[in-house]
Design a protein around this ligand. Structure first.
Ligand SMILES: N[C@@H](CCC[C@H](N)C(=O)O)C(=O)O
Length: 267
């Protein structure tokens, strides 16, 4: 039996499992346990390692079994669990994308509002050629993991004659990105507000993404002149980003809610 915690951040859902239980089955566990109809269901699994020196480290596996550098929402879900279960209101969580510090701003158990330091975003304007579609202008943004951000005008986020889900799927797995990429479709709504849709590497469309929120915000701030404190609205809810200067760390504030604690049988 594998004990797990399930949590979500604006509908982007994760299982949290202690690393020592994985026994090198990380990818297999992710594919099995994230399946929506035959198992618990989630967008990914955060494996939580507790090192002998007290440090905490997260390995994130997407629903398809691929390993990603980190998740902003997943990291926040782990921070919410550590707040609920161990009373830790501030934690530093190591990831393959860098250390992320999370601080509980408001606790209404099982719902936590958490602010995370998300590192320094890197934004690079780029036009890519998508076979059968043509040139697609956007920005490659690294926030510890890779994103391609496309600005759109349409209310349904379609662009280049395709629904965002279709174009997202094509770009996410394009050979232009040998390690794959997350893809965001962004509409600037106001000087301090954007709306966006997310096609996630390794799991497809999701209702929210923490790193996607940061990537979309960073691209909008760097390339569209929006304010450096803004609200980013996704299908699953809003998050706030603050990025004072290009060399400063971006801070992300959003909710994370513990859904259930359980055990998976038959493994
Ligand atoms: N939903 C996450 C991002 C998860 C990782 C992503 N799928 C990847 O492969 O980089 C978030 O909240 O950041």
């Amino acid at each position: 039996m594998v004990p797990f915690v399930k949590a979500h951040a604006c509908g982007n859902d994760f299982l949290v499992i202690e690393e020592h239980l994985a026994q090198r089955r990380h990818a297999d566990l992710a594919r099995k346990l994230c399946a929506r109809n035959t198992s618990v269901g989630a967008d990914g699994i955060e494996f939580l390692e507790r090192k002998s020196n007290g440090e905490l480290f997260l390995r994130l596996f997407n629903a398809d079994g691929s390993e990603a550098e980190l998740s902003g929402n997943g990291t926040r879900c782990v921070a919410a669990w550590l707040a609920k279960n161990e009373g830790r209101n501030e934690v530093a969580l190591g990831t393959h994308g860098g250390v992320r510090t999370c601080r509980v701003v408001e606790a209404k158990d099982p719902l936590y509002l958490i602010e995370s330091g998300m590192g320094i975003p890197r934004v690079m304007q780029r036009t890519i050629e998508v076979p059968g579609v043509g040139n697609v202008a956007g920005a490659m943004v690294n926030v510890g993991n890779p994103h391609f951000v496309i600005f759109v005008d349409s209310e349904d986020f379609s662009t280049h004659g395709l629904a965002w889900q279709q174009l997202g799927a094509r770009i996410s797995t394009s050979p232009l990105f040998p390690h794959g990429t997350n893809v965001e479709f962004v509409r600037v709504l106001a000087k301090d507000e954007i709306a966006f849709r997310i096609y996630e590497r390794g799991c497809g469309p999701t209702t929210s993404s923490g790193t996607g929120t940061c990537a979309s915000s960073a691209a909008s701030m760097a390339l569209r002149g929006v304010e450096r404190e803004l609200t980013a609205v996704a299908e699953g809810g809003s998050q706030r980003t603050v990025w004072p200067t290009a060399e400063a760390e971006m801070r992300l504030t959003g909710p994370a809610e513990i859904i259930c604690i359980g055990e998976v049988v038959g493994l």
